[in-house]
Write a protein that binds this ligand. Structure first.
Ligand code: LLP
Length: 386
C-alpha cells in the first residue's frame, strides 16, 4: 500500500476515478471543530460547489456544519444529504425563478442577494407564495486577494456583489419590499488564498461598513465572510490539514463583532481539497523529440484545474520505486492544454502504472465534463476498501 492507497484493490477497478480518504476528511473536520470550540458565534457552512459526493456531504452534515449552495441542484443535494433548510444559505449572482421558489418553499435560512433586480424578484415570488425571504446583502468589498485572477471575486471589476457606492440605495429598497427581511451582510473575496493579510484587509473593510450602518441604527445580526482559505498543493504528504488556527484567529482578532452577531464562514476547498486524489493508469510512455511523455487515461475533462488555472497538483507514481525520471504528464484529450504537469520527476513510469494526482478533492469531480465523449470519472471513498 504505497502512500496509504489500497493499490491491490485498485487493480480491479476501471480508471480514472476519484478516491476520497474519509479518515483525512474527518481529521480535517475535527480540526475545524477544535478551532471553533468556545466560539458559539462562529458558524461554518460547507460550500457544496467544491464537492457534492453524497458520502462527503453526509459526513460534513453529521459534523454539524451548514450548507452554502449556489444553485437549485445544490440545494437539492444538500437536502438529500440531510441538511436542514434552516442551515442552508443560497448564494449566486444569477438565481432562476424556480431556484428562488425552491428556497422559499423549503424555508432556507437566507438568500445572499447581489442586486436590486434580484431583491425585487425574490420579493415578488415570496409575495405570490405567501412567504417571507430572509436576505443577506452580498457586498463587493473591493478588496484584492492574492490568487489566480479567475478565482478572485472581491474587486470592483468583478461581477459579484453590490457596489459599496450603491449600498445606501439598496438598503432603502430593502425597507420598501414587504416580503423581505434583512438579516445581514455577505462578502467573499476569492478562493485559494494563503496570505492572511488578505482576510485582514477584508476585516478592516467590514469593520468600516458595520460602523457606517450601525451608526445609523441598522441592526446586522449576521455577517458572512465567505470562504477562500487555500490549501498547500505542494505538501509532501497527505496529512496536509490547512492552517485553520491562523485563519479563524484573523477574524477573531481583527473583526469587531458584537455579542448579538453571528459570524458565518463558507469553506469549500479547505475542508475537502486534500482528501481527494484522481487515480489513473498510464496508457503509454512516449519518447518525444526532447522529452518523455507519460500518457494517462485521465484527461482535462476529469480534472480541469491545471488547464484552466495553470494549477499545480502533485503527481505520484504509485506502482514504481525505480529511479526518478522527468516526464510531461498528459491526458488523451485533443487539446495541447491537456497537461497535468511538465518535467515532473516520477519513479520510472511503465504502461499500466497507477498514478495519483493529489489534492483533487475540491473542484475536481464537480468540474468534470464529457468533452470528447468521454465518460465522467467514477468516485470511491476509502470506506469502500477494507
Ligand atoms: N462562498 C462563495 C460566495 C464562493 O464564491 C466560493 C467559491 C466559496 C464560498 C468557497 O470558496 P473556497 O473556500 O472553496 O475557496 N474552481 C475554482 C474555485 C472557484 C471558487 C468559486 N467560489 C478552483 O478550482 O480553484
Amino acid at each position: 500500500m504505497k502512500g496509504q492507497f489500497p493499490l491491490d484493490q485498485f487493480k480491479n477497478l476501471d480508471t480514472p476515478f476519484y478516491y476520497y480518504d474519509t479518515c483525512l476528511l474527518q481529521e480535517t473536520l475535527d480540526t475545524v471543530k477544535l478551532q471553533l470550540k468556545g466560539q458559539d458565534q462562529f458558524k461554518v457552512h460547507y460550500a457544496l460547489k467544491a464537492n457534492v459526493n453524497s458520502e462527503i456531504l453526509q459526513m460534513i452534515r453529521k459534523n454539524g456544519f451548514g450548507a452554502d449552495c449556489v444553485s437549485g441542484g445544490e440545494i437539492r443535494a444538500a437536502i438529500q444529504a440531510g441538511f436542514k433548510p434552516e442551515n442552508i444559505v443560497f448564494a449566486g449572482v444569477g438565481k432562476s425563478d424556480w431556484e428562488i421558489e425552491l428556497g422559499l418553499d423549503l424555508g432556507i435560512f437566507c438568500f445572499n442577494v447581489e442586486s436590486i433586480p434580484e431583491l425585487e424578484i425574490i420579493n415578488e415570488l415570496a409575495l405570490n407564495m405567501g412567504k417571507r425571504a430572509q436576505v443577506c446583502l452580498r457586498i463587493n468589498p473591493n478588496v484584492k486577494a492574492n490568487t489566480h485572477a479567475n478565482i478572485a471575486t472581491g474587486q470592483a471589476e468583478n461581477k459579484f456583489g453590490i457596489s459599496l457606492h450603491d449600498l445606501d440605495k439598496v438598503m432603502e429598497c430593502v425597507k420598501q419590499l414587504k416580503a423581505i427581511d434583512f438579516v445581514g451582510l455577505h462578502f467573499h473575496i476569492g478562493s485559494q488564498i494563503l496570505d492572511m493579510a488578505d482576510f485582514r484587509a477584508l476585516c478592516n473593510r467590514v469593520n468600516e461598513l458595520l460602523d457606517r450602518l450601525e451608526g445609523r441604527g441598522i441592526r446586522i445580526p449576521h455577517i458572512n465572510v465567505g470562504g477562500g482559505l487555500g490549501i498547500d498543493y505542494a505538501h509532501p504528504n497527505r496529512q496536509a490539514i490547512p492552517n485553520f488556527e491562523s485563519y479563524f484567529d484573523v477574524y477573531d482578532t481583527h473583526l469587531r463583532i458584537r455579542s448579538y452577531q453571528t459570524l458565518h464562514f463558507e469553506l469549500g476547498r479547505s475542508l475537502v481539497g486534500q482528501c481527494g486524489s484522481l487515480i489513473s493508469r498510464v496508457l503509454y510512455v512516449k519518447e518525444g523529440t526532447n522529452k518523455k511523455f507519460a500518457i494517462l487515461d485521465a484527461g482535462m475533462n476529469d480534472l480541469i484545474r491545471p488547464a484552466l488555472y495553470q494549477a499545480y497538483h502533485k503527481i505520484e507514481n504509485l506502482s514504481s520505486d525505480e529511479a526518478l525520471e522527468a516526464y510531461d504528464v498528459v491526458g488523451p484529450v485533443c487539446e495541447s492544454s491537456d497537461v497535468f504537469g511538465k518535467s515532473i520527476d516520477l519513479n520510472k513510469v511503465s504502461r499500466g502504472d497507477f498514478m495519483a494526482i493529489r489534492s483533487a478533492g475540491a473542484y475536481g469531480e464537480v468540474m468534470a465534463s464529457t468533452y470528447n465523449c468521454r465518460s465522467l470519472p467514477n468516485a470511491y471513498t476509502s470506506d469502500e476498501f477494507i
